[in-house]
Ligand binder design. Structure first.
Ligand code: NA7
Length: 293
């Protein structure tokens, strides 16, 4: 398929690379010039990238970035023609998604929100799980592209439901990780062997994918970003905004948001979100230690 790929960050670069590898005709655009994808064309702006494309795939930071690349100067909007599909893998506001979709529908363009989970490694290996919102027809048309970048897709409903579900997923990741980090901090302060604690977790119902994934990184004190703290913080804020719009109270997430705020002030926003642990360690006056599992 002819695909315009907009946004070559940690995730986007790997995703566009996998589209090229699968034989699709890809043209890329990135705000900061110089980021390239081997085998893909490069366009001078998002509008030029979208010219003649069947699908415009977005993977940019946040709601404002999506609005800019679609509706801003030299944006995708001017190149939209009937039958095109915009697929958005950025994690952004569900209500903004529905407004954007409404605007492009006037040109006969479908909007499929397709945020994903699987982190940097899933993007690299083409094993992402896509959490999708959109009409059945366009979602079906995108299947070859989903297959090139991921291993599963879950269609959650119409446009906006992918973003809504992604926020509900990241809410859980943030809270599960916070529970894990607090447990590690307390256990360390009380003199418990961390390695033993991890073995115990693994053998019990406390086990989770989040703990399995993050545990080894923490024991190696490796906080290089698989999912940067600044982006998890963005998602937590989006979730709280969506909750406010829906008149839902999320007290635990509100507290965790404050932790992310303080961790950012400590200068850790570009580290992995697991670096929120360091704030707890600082307060407790301990450091979680151990060897990689
Ligand atoms: P990164 O690695 O921070 O990459 C973000 C990308 O978004 C990168 O290409 C940025 O371009 C681009 N960006 C950011 N702001 C803008 C604006 N205003 N206009 C155009 N392009 C912009 O994030 P990830 O790849 O890890 O994640 C991307 C999304 O997936 C995000 O929503 C996650 O929550 C999930 P730059 O290179 O900085 O010029």
């Amino acid at each position: 398929m002819r695909v315009a790929f907009v946004g070559l960050g940690i995730m986007g670069h790997a995703m566009a690379t996998n589209l090229v590898k699968a034989g699709h005709e890809v043209t890329v655009w990135n705000r900061t010039p110089g980021k390239l994808v081997e085998g893909a064309g490069v366009a001078p702006n998002p509008g030029a990238a979208a010219q003649g494309a069947e699908v415009v795939w977005l993977c940019v930071s946040d709601t404002d970035a999506v609005e800019t690349v679609i509706f801003g100067k030299d944006g995708v909007q001017a190149s939209l023609t009937e039958g095109m599909i915009i697929a958005d893998s950025s994690t952004i506001s569900p209500s903004a998604t529905m407004k954007f979709a409404e605007r492009v529908s006037a040109k006969g363009v479908a909007w499929v929100d397709a945020p994903m989970t699987g982190s940097k490694i899933g993007a690299r290996d083409g094993t992402l799980v896509f959490i999708v919102g959109g009409s059945e027809g366009p979602v079906e048309q995108l299947k070859p592209l989903f297959a090139a970048m991921g291993k599963r897709i879950f269609r959650m409903g119409d446009t906006g439901k992918g973003q809504a579900t992604k926020l509900a997923m990241n809410l859980q990741i943030a809270l599960i990780f916070e529970g894990f980090a607090e447990a590690l901090t307390l256990a360390t302060k009380l003199g418990v062997d961390t390695q033993q604690l991890l073995s115990l977790i693994e053998a019990t119902m406390v086990r989770s994918g989040v703990v399995d994934y993050k545990g080894p990184f923490i024991l190696q004190r490796d906080f290089t970003p698989n999912f940067p703290l600044r982006l998890m913080h963005k998602d937590i804020r989006l979730t709280l905004e969506a909750a406010k719009e829906a008149r839902v109270k999320l007290p635990a997430l509100e507290t965790v948001e404050e932790i992310y705020e303080m961790a950012s002030e400590e200068g850790n926003r570009d580290l992995d979100y697991a670096a929120t642990l360091m704030l707890l360690e600082k307060w407790a006056g301990v450091q979680v230690k151990g060897k990689a599992a």
